[in-house]
Every structure is written in structure tokens, then in C-alpha cells.
Design a protein around this ligand. Structure first.
Ligand code: AMP
Length: 148
């Protein structure tokens, strides 16, 4: 199965944020959309980073120790700069392996330099489960139809 098939069922909408916005904005956006990460984009909507709840918790711990506020810090000071992206034609098994090896759960999908979706580890697990269920249903049907 390809990433393209996951995007076809979940849609291509990606919640983004700009680097100069505040962590207050990031936290509010994450909560409003009930998601775990935001793709950070420049004025041309090109991904230049990613900020996940883990980045914010890590920085919140540092800020708490230094008795500083995290909310006024900017997204660009907290985000991961080297964002790993996938493509619609990628196989979901290889994408899952990359995410497991690199220990992250969000993969922005890019085509011709433009953001066309995001795939999470949860999306991949659901797609794999649906695929296995379909295969089991087919096998059960074949067994029931076999007269011998
Ligand atoms: P996550 O498990 O996706 O919440 O993220 C764990 C860590 O990996 C955080 O520091 C994220 O900023 C980072 N991260 C998440 N997704 C990606 C990605 N696609 N490329 C690079 N880093 C990422």
C-alpha cells in the first residue's frame, strides 16, 4: 500500500504554523485540532521544520528549571529544523520503518516542493489493520466457497 492511498481516505489537510509565531499559538493550535505536531512553513508554504508536543514538553522542562515562560518563546527556537518528509508514492511499510528507526510519529508528505498531507504512525497502523482485515475476509470467503 502507498502513502497516496492513506491521503485519499484521510484527506490532504495539514495544520501548519509559521516560525515567528509563539509557543502559546502552537499550544492553542495543537489543542484546538487535537493533534500532536505542527508542520512549520515559510511564506511560500514550504516546510522548514516541525514542532511536536515532545519538543514543547522538553522546552517547558528547561524553562521551568530556569523559571522562564515558555509561552512567549517562538516556534523557530523550539522546532526540529531538519524535517524528514515522505512522498505520495512511498510504500507505507518503508515509511513505518523510517518512523520507527528515527523515533518520530509524524511524516509530512511533499510533492513538487509543496505540502500535500501528513501521515502519522496511527494512520499507518490503521491502514495495515484494514489491509489485514480485508485479506482475512477474502481468505474466509474462499474457504467457505471451497466445496472440498
Ligand atoms: P513525534 O514522535 O512525531 O511527536 O516527534 C518526536 C521528535 O521528533 C520531536 O523532536 C519532533 O520535532 C521530531 N519529529 C517529528 N516528526 C519529524 C519529522 N518528520 N522529521 C524530523 N523530525 C521529526
Amino acid at each position: 500500500m502507498k502513502v497516496r492511498q492513506i491521503l485519499a481516505s484521510k484527506g490532504m489537510k495539514v495544520i501548519t504554523i509559521q516560525p515567528q509565531q509563539s509557543i502559546r499559538d502552537a499550544v492553542i493550535t495543537l489543542a484546538q485540532h487535537n493533534i500532536g505536531a505542527l508542520v512549520v512553513v515559510n511564506d511560500q508554504a514550504v516546510p522548514i521544520g516541525i514542532i511536536s508536543e515532545r519538543d514543547i514538553v522538553r522546552r517547558a522542562a528547561e524553562a521551568a528549571e530556569a523559571a522562564e515562560s515558555i509561552f512567549t518563546q517562538s516556534v523557530q527556537d523550539v522546532m526540529t529544523l531538519e524535517v524528514v518528509t515522505g512522498m505520495p508514492q512511498d510504500d507505507i511499510f518503508s515509511v513505518a520503518a523510517t518512523m520507527t528507526d528515527r523515533r518520530f510519529r509524524h511524516l509530512p508528505i511533499v510533492e513538487d516542493g509543496q505540502l500535500v498531507g501528513i501521515v502519522t504512525m496511527g494512520d499507518i497502523m490503521k491502514a495495515e489493520r484494514d489491509q489485514y482485515r480485508g485479506e482475512i475476509d477474502t481468505l474466509e470467503t474462499q474457504i467457505m466457497a471451497d466445496p472440498s
